[in-house]
Design a protein around this ligand. Structure first.
Ligand code: MN
Ligand code: MN
Length: 482
């Protein structure tokens, strides 16, 4: 029988506040880690920029990863300790370290996503109305449209010219660059709009970026402002209106990541869902890759999560299977007679994965949508979600108790990892998913784990520096010790 005085400590579960658990040294580590993270957020506002950043890190002297594609082309025999990367159509990337056991005991995967909600330019975006020039957008992912008007936006992406050359577009990040804004209605004239539900107040087709107003008076064409815009773009990039058809250009918040709060305990910035998990898993993977693990480890950065993980860069694509098949072939003994083929399906049945994605942080200003017992809380460490989905757990992989147990025991064994259990929100308040179900589809044991976020999917999301650091620590422990 537990004595009454011990009931609180022994029988009750209580989330720990990271700041109450740590010493001065750890406070320094938390703050240092967030400095690197903010730089990453500023440099990586699109999935392509994330892939480039990660690829470049792979190629540095100290990391020296090699391309899996070229290794496969050269039929290069792989050995424990080898480090490889594989890029999927410039928008998804996997980093790999070969473990002592090869693939026989399965692989350890942390998978995040590097796409984020935004406004994509339409294939023919430029138009003029009442002598004002605009760029039409098509929103990508689950945005609350009213949040994207009257905020500074930058254009990032690529466009192919008629001669086939690729032009990189980046307008709005440098202090001297212009930015783009979607003008909103003034309060004085919004009586009718104010009556509409939030979701209807700003129609998708009104998300047009104000782009110019100076008419070219010397031309015969009717759209004289559009003429000026096209001329300026042609001067700078050598592009025409038709070239926008061969382009992927994203309007993203033109704001830099900053400390938030008088105690600077938060990071504010665009695209933290899910770049906060991309960065923490990336750092954990690099730090863990210095020692040769028993198991082969993957760090997977997927695309298209925000629109359902479709497409050939999304997690529904067979990227994980393909990569594992290539590795299996290269691990097989070079002596053909002795070739023992590795069944990739068996590999996945033995594999474990953290689906590294953010959780909805409990917001005291919107208490009614959360279920207080099972919500994720700011400063309570990495949030583990057994399931997500909607309604009656529709569309979720729902991790099994055995695997949840394995992960929570691992984190408990380390004295300095603070973690918490979490659910998205109240059962019937809405819903959402991650890439976990696509890992589970392969037979992998998957659990969702990540950083709690305030104002998720808004142009300026907020996370806790303490949670970011705990997530890094937890990911590192997963690679090193599970
Ligand atoms: Mn996400
Ligand atoms: Mn999301």
């Amino acid at each position: 029988m537990v004595e009454n005085k011990d009931i609180k400590d022994v029988l009750f579960y209580e989330r720990k506040n990271v700041w109450k658990e740590i010493n001065e040294e750890q406070v320094t580590s938390i703050n240092q880690f967030s400095e690197g993270y903010k730089k990453f957020l500023d440099q990586c506002k699109t999935e392509r920029e994330c892939v480039k950043y990660i690829h470049n890190l792979c190629l540095t002297k100290e990391n020296s990863f090699i391309s899996l594609k070229s290794a496969y082309k050269n039929r290069q025999q792989l050995h424990p300790g080898d480090k490889l990367y594989y890029i999927e159509h410039n928008k998804a990337i996997i980093l790999i370290t070969i473990g002592k056991e090869g693939l026989s005991q399965g692989v350890k995967i942390i998978g995040s996503h590097i796409d984020a909600p935004r406004l994509d330019l339409k294939p023919l975006p430029i138009f003029e109305d009442t002598e004002l020039g605009f760029l039409k957008t098509h929103y990508y992912g689950g945005i609350r449209k009213y949040q994207w008007v009257s905020v500074p936006l930058a254009l990032h992406g690529i466009i192919y010219k008629a001669d086939g050359t690729e032009v990189e577009i980046n307008i709005g990040e440098s202090e001297t660059d212009p930015i783009f804004v979607i003008p909103d209605l003034l309060p004085h004239l919004s009586a009718e709009q104010n009556k509409l539900p939030l979701k209807d107040a700003i129609p998708g087709e009104s998300l047009n970026l104000l782009t110019g107003s100076v008419p070219n008076v010397d031309t015969e064409v009717t759209d004289k402002v559009k003429a000026t815009i096209l001329q300026l773009l042609n001067n700078k990039y050598g592009i025409t209106e038709k070239d926008f058809i061969n382009a992927e250009i994203e309007a993203v918040p033109a704001m830099k990541a900053r400390d938030v709060g008088i105690d600077k305990s938060f990071v504010g910035g665009y695209g933290q869902d899910d770049r906060v998990c991309a960065y923490t898993s990336l750092m954990a993977f690099f730090d863990a890759s210095n020692i040769i693990n028993d198991k082969t480890c993957y760090c997977y950065f997927s695309d298209k999560e925000e629109i359902g993980s479709y497409g050939n860069t999304g997690a529904q694509c067979d990227t994980l299977t393909y990569v594992t098949e290539l590795i299996a072939e290269l691990l097989a003994p070079s002596d053909k007679n002795d070739k023992q083929s590795i069944n990739v399906k068996n590999v996945f049945r033995e594999s474990v994965m953290l689906s590294a994605d953010v959780a909805a942080a409990f917001d005291p200003n919107h208490k009614t949508v959360f279920e207080a017992n099972n919500a994720a809380y700011i400063n309570r460490g990495i949030a583990l979600s057994k399931y997500n989905g909607a309604g009656g757990k529709g569309g979720t992989s729902d991790a099994n108790a055995e695997f949840v147990n394995a992960v929570t025991k691992l984190f408990d064994q380390s004295d300095d990892i603070v973690w918490q259990i979490a659910e998205l929100g109240k059962i019937d308040a809405g819903g959402g998913g991650t890439i976990s179900k696509f890992g589970a589809h392969l037979g992998i044991n998957v659990l969702d784990a990540g950083v709690p976020v305030l104002s998720m999917h808004s142009p300026y999301e907020i996370t806790s520096k303490a949670d970011i650091y705990m997530t890094y620590k937890a990911f590192k422990a997963f690679y090193e010790n599970l």
